[in-house]
Design a binder for this molecule. Structure first.
Ligand code: URP
Ligand code: ZN
Ligand code: ZN
Length: 465
């Protein structure tokens, strides 16, 4: 089947221009000058009218938690509902975190995540591995996983007793990564100090969700980020700071990048749009916004947008980790430390970032870059994914920049009973979403199929110097 996307403005990380896109089967085969497309039009079996719209590479969300066990419950979206919601929002690939339970091998863990995703995912997916048990076997298995296309490993400086790794354990894993070309991803918050602040707050009778933010101060994210950067420097491992939320952490990343180190960072829409004010919402409503690191006082947001413009922040991922308000978030009524950490957002990342273009925070090219191209390069998927070029997978979004819609739990496709952006109007939305040449969404209809998504084995980070 040959498809021609006609009349649109093709947007890539280098700019935009009027061009028609010819797809053959699963692959983009040509970008055509519209003045000369006529002679090729007969080659196509079908054409899509993209007049007035952008034609951009499908979004890549490099940080999701689908079907993830946490605190006695599971994140509300599995690979079927989560990938479908992602596609509705213009995301055509994701990288999810497999979570090593203490006492398990990385092998068993990876097999478990393959079983969770296979037969359910409707878009292509890869895996990072969360290491929560550093030992000789785990360290050896890291190299095996790299050989299977799992080239990034997340570690935690937070959550003592659960995922927490000591500096010594982090150092060992970084040494291993430095030897195999893997990237270490870091949850950088000083969990030991935070646990003391949490215990003190609870002892003083502070149990509301707002205290989740007050007991995880931005200085402790800045401190942990700087420490992770030093450990990476000593070992030579590439370092990627996940879900960066605080100006202090951004400063540490900026200094490392200015010094030419292989240090990278992402932020998430919740840190760009939500704040401590949301956590302080009355009647336990603030629980909807509990994630770690926490959403920060508003003044951090301008720093994050600036970091995105200057490439000190390279990517916006969602950290999609949805828990329903009823029965899941409610586990923490009367004790904010028991509220499951995480927020929904997989469906709204592309639109919320486009809103950044509308608001003058990002250029169109930078929107495409942080949404798709850099995620592909950072995690070894480029040029198969992340661009519109001959030979690339036909993962394409025809994006209508004029569409206006209101984000709401009434209309979203995520399997979660609230929206973190309830009532917020955004400008722009996907009109057509294609994955490897197959139309998943068009004109408000779902055409995708659970199980069509394929595992994406990945290479090493493509930014290393
Ligand atoms: O609160 C969050 N971020 N939940 C998901 C787990 C993690 O740390 O990324
Ligand atoms: Zn984390
Ligand atoms: Zn996460």
């Amino acid at each position: 089947m040959r498809i021609l996307i006609r009349g649109g403005t093709v947007g890539t990380e280098t700019g935009s221009s009027a061009a028609d896109v010819l797809i053959d089967g699963e692959t983009i085969v040509a970008l055509l000058d519209p003045a000369h497309t006529g002679s090729f039009a007969g080659l196509a079996d079908r054409s899509i009218d993209a007049t007035g719209k952008y034609v951009i590479p499908g979004g890549i969300d490099v940080h999701t938690h689908l079907d993830m066990p946490f605190g006695g419950t599971f994140s509300a979206d599995d690979f079927e509902t989560g990938t479908r919601a992602a596609a509705w929002g213009g995301t055509t690939s994701l990288i999810d975190f497999a979570v090593q339970p203490k006492g398990s091998s990385l092998r068993e863990t990876l097999d478990t995540w393959h079983a969770k995703a296979g037969g359910k995912a409707s878009i292509d997916y890869g895996f990072h591995m969360i290491i929560s048990d550093v030992n000789e076997q785990t360290l050896k298995e890291m190299d095996v996983l790299v050989g299977e296309g799992v080239t990034s490993f997340k570690m935690f400086m937070a959550y003592p007793g659960v995922f927490y790794a000591t500096d010594g354990e982090i150092l060992q894993a970084m040494e291993r990564a430095a030897g195999s070309g893997a990237t270490i991803m870091m949850h950088a918050e000083n969990g030991i100090a935070i646990d003391v602040l949490v215990a003190q707050a609870l002892a003083s009778g502070h149990t509301d969700p707002g205290w989740h933010g007050r007991t995880r101060p931005p200085e402790l994210e800045g401190e942990a980020t700087a420490r992770a950067i030093r450990l990476a420097q000593v070992t030579g491992a590439p370092l990627y700071i996940v879900h960066l939320s605080a100006q202090q952490a951004l400063q540490a990343v900026t200094e490392a990048r200015d010094a030419g180190r292989n240090v990278f960072a992402e932020t998430c829409p919740q840190y760009l749009y939500l704040s401590q004010d949301d956590l302080d919402a009355p009647d336990f409503e603030g629980a909807k916004y509990v994630c770690s690191p926490p959403v920060r006082p508003k003044e951090h947001q301008a720093h994050l947008w600036r970091g995105l413009r200057t490439n000190d922040l390279s990517i916006v991922s969602t950290d999609h980790c949805p828990f329903c308000f009823k029965e899941q978030k409610e586990l923490g009524r009367g004790d904010f430390s028991k509220i499951p950490n995480g927020m929904p957002g997989i469906e709204h990342r592309v639109d919320l970032l486009h809103q950044g273009v509308v608001n003058g925070e990002l250029s169109l090219a930078r929107w495409v870059e942080v949404n798709s191209t850099t995620p592909a390069r950072m995690f070894g998927l480029y040029p198969r994914k992340g661009t519109i070029a001959p030979g690339s997978d036909a993962d394409i979004v025809v994006y209508d920049p004029a569409l206006r819609h209101v984000l709401s739990a009434e209309t979203h496709h995520m399997a979660v009973d609230y929206s973190a952006y309830e009532g917020r109007e955004v400008q722009g939305g996907p009109a057509v979403v294609m994955s490897r040449g197959e139309t998943l969404v068009s004109d408000g209809e779902w055409h995708g199929q659970a199980g069509r998504g394929r595992f994406l084995p990945r290479g090493e980070c493509q930014y290393l110097r």
